[in-house]
Design a protein around this ligand. Structure first.
Ligand code: DLL
Length: 444
């Protein structure tokens, strides 16, 4: 059991966090038992899993060790779409107490289901997440993740409440009101997307509210990729500590993994979500320390057990001991997905690379949009970037030199000279949830 020395939360150690510190042998035992049970369940109740296992001459008895997981077939997003709406459920509707849905890029959403026990597990991993970020009873949590079919709002809500904190169910949007409440209610922690928090910083400045003087001390940011430079920007401009929270609807929602006070990767709640890293091209499992696609298996989901889900999120796993004392393995922040990459004149580019380059240059704001077009058969890329009001009102030569520095910074990162357009503050549309960074007009 952890002692006070692991108490990185500035409050009392939360009992729900005990599984974070399980001795490894015990953790592996729990994982194996749960894996065997979940494979049984999926095989018995989910026709797609059963038929895929049969095609491979597999029965649940094949899972004798954790390594045997590699024999199981992968699950991909299209499987959820193809079985829309309820085809992957392993519980009868009478036992399902909640449905959420995530908007797909095309057509129908994907639907996910929870039994009462699933909600309890989800709540427990959210409690553990908040505790790892130093939140505790007495904290006032402004929950600005969207409530509704998106898992962010209710996931964070249940967790913060079960932690014993006071929850303000704000949902996204209505920015001025968010700032008023943050100030008047003495909010100590906020949950939202990092891009929305940047919008809040900016709007607070315009309204004359100094975030540095508020009791706000922590932000639990996730649902979209963000960079280390973005963290620095946030921390410098609001005097809070920014934590990265990761999750996806298909697996549970937020609360799959969380940063601790060491800020050196996100701890996966391995007792409920079993991680692997694969080569996205070949599907081969990669050893720890190699970058690849994160694959997750739900170990305790009743309503919708998911085996070896290909997240498309690119990261690296490490099992090295963390300074916080948790025995859970970690992955590095997810900076990109294997499918948000775009190819421009043969060069693979990720939006996170552009973000990183922009934030290195003084005078830019973390609001940008990448627009891809095709002119006479040739791909063009324009990066629109907002400039601080001070720079924007400066002389033409100052702007020209800023333009040059940005163009060079991007060229250094991606190896291509692209068109940069400096735009006035507030020109790029703000998001209340996940930010849209790329507009691809090439197919039109
Ligand atoms: O975004 C769940 C969530 C809500 C996570 C609130 C964190 C906070 P989906 O809408 O299904 O679920 O989107 C899942 O978002 O596969 C990643 O590509 C991306 N994502 C989520 N968290 C992070 C993060 C929620 N911390 C997809 N860093 C995932 C990078 C993230 N990407």
């Amino acid at each position: 059991m952890p002692t006070e020395q692991w108490n990185d939360i500035g409050g009392k150690f939360h009992p729900a966090s005990a599984p974070d510190y399980l001795p490894l042998e015990q953790l592996r035992q729990v994982q194996l038992q749960r894996l065997q049970a979940i494979v049984q369940r999926a095989y018995k109740y989910v026709p797609l899993t059963r038929s895929r296992m049969e095609q491979r001459d597999l029965t649940p008895a094949a899972i004798r060790s954790l390594e045997d997981i590699t024999q199981l077939p992968f699950t991909v997003k299209a499987d959820l779409r193809d079985t829309y709406p309820f085809g992957l459920f392993a519980s009868p509707m009478q036992e399902i107490v909640r449905l959420h849905a995530s908007s797909g890029t095309t057509g129908k959403p994907i639907v996910v289901a929870y039994t009462k026990e699933d909600i309890e597990v989800w709540t427990s991993v959210m409690v553990r997440s908040f505790a790892a970020c130093g939140l505790h009873q007495g904290d006032i949590v402004q929950n600005s993740y969207g409530y509704g079919l998106f898992t962010g709002g209710l996931g964070a809500h249940y967790g913060a409440e079960a932690l014993g904190a006071t929850v303000i169910p704000m949902s996204g949007g209505n920015t001025d009101r968010q700032i008023m409440i943050m100030k008047d209610f003495g909010v100590t922690a906020i949950c939202c997307t990092p891009s929305y928090f940047i919008h809040l910083i900016e709007r607070a400045g315009e309204l004359g509210v100094n975030l540095n003087q508020l009791p706000l001390r922590a932000g639990i940011f996730g649902a979209e990729p963000w960079s280390e430079s973005m963290r620095q920007y946030i921390q410098e401009n609001s005097n809070i500590t920014a934590y990265d929270i990761y999750g996806l609807s298909e697996i549970v929602g937020p609360g799959v993994a969380i940063e601790c006070s060491a800020h050196s990767g996100l701890h996966i709640f391995e007792d409920h979500f079993y991680p692997e890293i694969i080569d996205p091209q070949t599907g081969e499992v990669l050893p720890d320390g190699r970058e690849g696609e994160l694959v997750l298996t739900t170990l305790s989901k009743k309503a919708m057990p998911i085996l070896r889900y290909r997240t498309r999120d690119i990261t690296t796993l490490t099992r090295e001991t963390c300074a916080c004392g948790r025995t859970l393995c970690r992955f590095l922040r997810v900076g990109r997905r294997s499918d948000d990459m775009f190819i421009i004149r043969g060069i693979n580019v990720f939006p996170s690379q552009i973000e990183h380059a922009l934030l290195q240059v003084e005078g830019t704001l973390p609001h940008y949009l990448i627009v891809l077009t095709r002119e006479k058969g040739l791909d063009q890329m324009e990066v629109q970037v907002e400039v601080t009001p001070e720079f924007f009102s400066d002389t033409v030569s100052v702007l020209e030199s800023l333009h040059e520095r940005i163009t060079n910074a991007i060229e250094q990162v991606i190896g291509l000279r692209v068109n940069v357009r400096l735009v006035e503050p507030h020109t790029i549309q703000r998001s209340e949830g996940k930010a849209k960074r790329v507009v691809d007009q090439r197919k039109m």
